[in-house]
Design a protein around this ligand. Structure first.
Ligand SMILES: Nc1nc2c(ncn2[C@@H]2O[C@H](COP(=O)(O)OP(=O)(O)OP(=O)(O)O)[C@@H](O)[C@H]2O)c(=O)[nH]1
Ligand SMILES: [Mg+2]
Ligand SMILES: [Zn+2]
Length: 363
């Protein structure tokens, strides 16, 4: 996708199409969610990028600058929009304002699916990394150590947000079989895991076949994992900036600085994100069990209904491990992530109790 001069298009150029909203994935389902918010002469849009002080919106007329003019947090709906009022990938209602060239974002449609993590600076709150994504690529580069539990926690966050995870190992050209095995061992059976290389393009056909059509797929992973490189290969053009990796420690340099929505055509989009080191869990409404289907699927056969698969007698998880059907590492990372959730739940309860006491009359 280069023009005659050989210069790759910019991200803004990619949205210069006949039907930008269609390219962003507009369909009957999105329309029905946004419809109630489109009162008066409000127009629909999708958030393509958020920067300090403003954002970029995909509008019926192309990619345009915008700015949030949302109600204060306490007046927002009591869901993840209260924690993260505006996120890249959101479908929004906009208004024009005579005193501002930018479109005003005045309301955000309910997020059907999202990938969020614990806000690094506001404990107990969720920071949405990618909104309205049907799938997420959990990207890891084979040339760096895989921190224990790293992929597992990304899978929990994906399932918790109703998003289908696809694990992608990059830099397969470097031929690191042990690292590749470690990545495969991090995912339960049924979760797709692919190895790709932008150098020799291996794995990209398989990856492209896994991408759901007409909807958006997000990308998460540490800096230098190769997320933007994947987007460029799938686009067939060097649209996004790619970072250098420091030779000594293979760490990335945070080349991507903002989350960015990129259209692939036909409503299929990718949502690139800057490297994230922390992937704290927020809450659990079933994501943990889904991401550990291999472990949680055995629980029904444990002797005790409330078995914690720790040291209890008659534990079917332990029996599966003894029989060589399950790796004990899976059980241990399940226990670790469950402990993290339980700690957060305890903190949340303690805070609610404190707030409750504060409200109680003194007499
Ligand atoms: N050998 C090899 N290098 C790759 C591959 N994919 C990416 N790289 C290199 O890895 C480095 C980081 O790639 P990026 O795509 O910028 O990584 P990123 O995940 O977007 O990084 P941030 O934007 O900082 O989060 C660059 O030097 C790429 O050239 C690959 O398949 N093989
Ligand atoms: Mg990047
Ligand atoms: Zn058990």
């Amino acid at each position: 996708m280069t023009d005659e001069s050989g210069v790759p298009p910019s991200v803004t150029d990619l949205w210069d199409v006949d039907d930008p909203l269609g390219a962003a994935g507009w369909d009957a389902e999105v329309a029905s969610r946004l419809e109630p918010l489109l009162t008066g002469d409000r127009l629909p849009a999708r958030v393509a990028r958020i920067e300090y002080g403003g954002c970029h919106l995909v509008t019926p007329a192309g990619r345009r600058p915008g700015v949030a003019r949302l109600p204060r947090a306490s007046a927002l709906p009591d869901d993840d929009r209260r924690d993260t009022p505006l996120a890249v990938g959101d479908w929004v209602a906009t208004e024009r304002d005579a005193s501002d060239d930018r479109l005003l974002v005045v309301a955000v449609a309910e997020r059907r699916r999202r990938v969020g993590r614990r806000d690094p600076s506001r404990e107990l709150l969720e920071q949405v990394l990618a909104s309205d994504v049907a799938a997420v690529l959990v990207v890891h580069a084979l040339d760096r150590p895989l921190r224990p539990g790293r992929i597992e926690r990304a899978l929990v966050l994906a399932h918790e947000g109703g998003v289908r995870p696809i694990v992608v190992a990059t830099k397969a050209d470097l031929d690191l079989p042990d690292a590749w095995k470690a990545v495969r061992d991090s995912a339960p059976p049924g979760t797709p895991v692919v190895a790709v290389s932008k150098r020799d393009l291996r794995g990209f056909d398989a990856l492209a076949a896994l991408l759901p059509r007409g909807v958006t797929t997000g990308l998460i992973g540490e800096s230098g994992a190769g997320k933007s490189s994947i987007v460029n290969v799938l686009l067939g053009s060097e649209v996004l900036a790619i970072g250098d990796v420091r030779g000594t420690d293979a760490k990335g340099r945070h080349t991507t600085t903002a989350r960015e929505l990129v259209p692939l055509g036909g409503g299929t989009c990718l949502l690139d994100t800057p490297g994230t080191r922390e992937l704290g869990l927020v809450r659990d409404t079933g994501g943990l069990a889904a991401a550990f289907a291999d472990v949680s699927g055995l629980a029904g056969r444990c002797r005790f209904a409330d078995c914690r698969h720790d040291r209890e007698a008659g534990c079917a998880v332990h029996a599966a491990i003894d029989a060589g059907e399950l790796d004990d590492a899976r059980r241990r990372s399940f226990l670790d992530l469950r402990a993290e959730i339980e700690e957060l739940d305890a903190k949340r309860e303690a805070r609610e109790r404190r707030l409750g006491e504060g409200r109680r009359p003194r007499h």
